[in-house]
Design a protein around this ligand. Structure first.
Ligand SMILES: Nc1ncnc2c1ncn2[C@@H]1O[C@H](COP(=O)(O)OP(=O)(O)OP(=O)(O)O)[C@@H](O)[C@H]1O
Length: 244
């Protein structure tokens, strides 16, 4: 078994107090090995985004521990957590969040600038090459298709060589052909050693993963390895049928 890229130990996240308290995550423990692709699925409100945010250091659990490699994120100050996110974690979201006035190359270079590094042009172009957009380096987001914009966002997330790449519905705004392009790209990055954790509602997207975690009521209720889209859809139907 590969070393764990991420470990969660009894992670709980609750909001509010007393009668109005909501437990978004309820004592979740799991290991995500390095170089694997994990999809997180579950009905609306099951805790998927909360799991992603707590694992990526964007939110703090109210209980338990989250490890990135050997670093316990729950013990870090806000400043150290921000630095860790910049250096060791990458994100892609449903909305591509590219800056419209910047070219693809400038958008990809941004995380390096934010980390106080002077971006090397060759390094930025090499990442754009990896997502098949080397020749689009000088184009602005408005001059590119949705799929191309998401590939620029992917390049931007990868330019710092993050240990883990997190995706929150990264194909949610794309049509099925373009989704497949982006998912194949993620798959080949994982095959090259990258660790990816992605929230999705789409069984076809989940079928690109090595493992699917099914959340319900803030807990991991089920999982599937090497999933086929039909199996994923069947498990989701079963989960949705369980009364709260
Ligand atoms: N800031 C907050 N304050 C109060 N409750 C919250 C907050 N954020 C999330 N919750 C609650 O926590 C639970 C889990 O929410 P979360 O957004 O993680 O679910 P999700 O599975 O990602 O849902 P969706 O698929 O609809 O995006 C829900 O009951 C939600 O209402």
């Amino acid at each position: 078994m590969n070393q764990a890229a991420v470990r969660l130990r009894s992670v709980t996240r609750s909001y509010g107090k007393d009668a109005s308290a909501v437990t978004a995550l309820d004592r979740v423990s799991l290991d995500i090995p390095q170089g694997t692709f994990t999809a997180v699925m579950g009905p609306s409100g099951s805790g998927k985004s909360t799991l992603l945010q707590c694992t990526a250091g964007l939110d703090r659990p109210t209980g338990g521990q989250v490890f990135l490699g050997d670093t316990d994120l729950t013990r870090l100050s806000e400043t150290k957590l921000t630095l860790l996110r910049r250096k060791r974690i990458g994100f892609v979201f449903q909305a591509f969040n590219l800056l419209p006035s910047l070219t693809a190359e400038q958008n990809v270079a941004l995380p390096l600038r934010l980390a106080g590094r002077r971006p090397k042009r060759a390094q930025v172009l090499e990442v754009l090459e990896r997502v098949g957009l080397r020749e689009r380096a000088g184009h602005r987001p408005s001059e590119m298709s949705g799929g191309q914009q998401q590939r620029v966002a992917l390049a931007r997330a990868l330019v710092t060589r993050p240990e883990v790449l997190f995706g929150d519905e990264p194909t949610g705004a794309l049509d099925s052909t373009t989704s497949r392009e982006v998912l194949s790209m993620l798959r080949s990055m994982v095959d090259g050693g990258q660790t990816v954790i992605m929230v999705t509602h789409d069984p076809v997207a989940a079928s690109y993963a090595d493992r699917v975690l099914f959340l319900a009521d803030g807990r991991v209720q089920d999982e599937l390895y090497s999933p086929a889209a039909e199996q994923v859809a069947a498990r989701m139907t079963k989960l949705a049928a369980v009364p709260c």
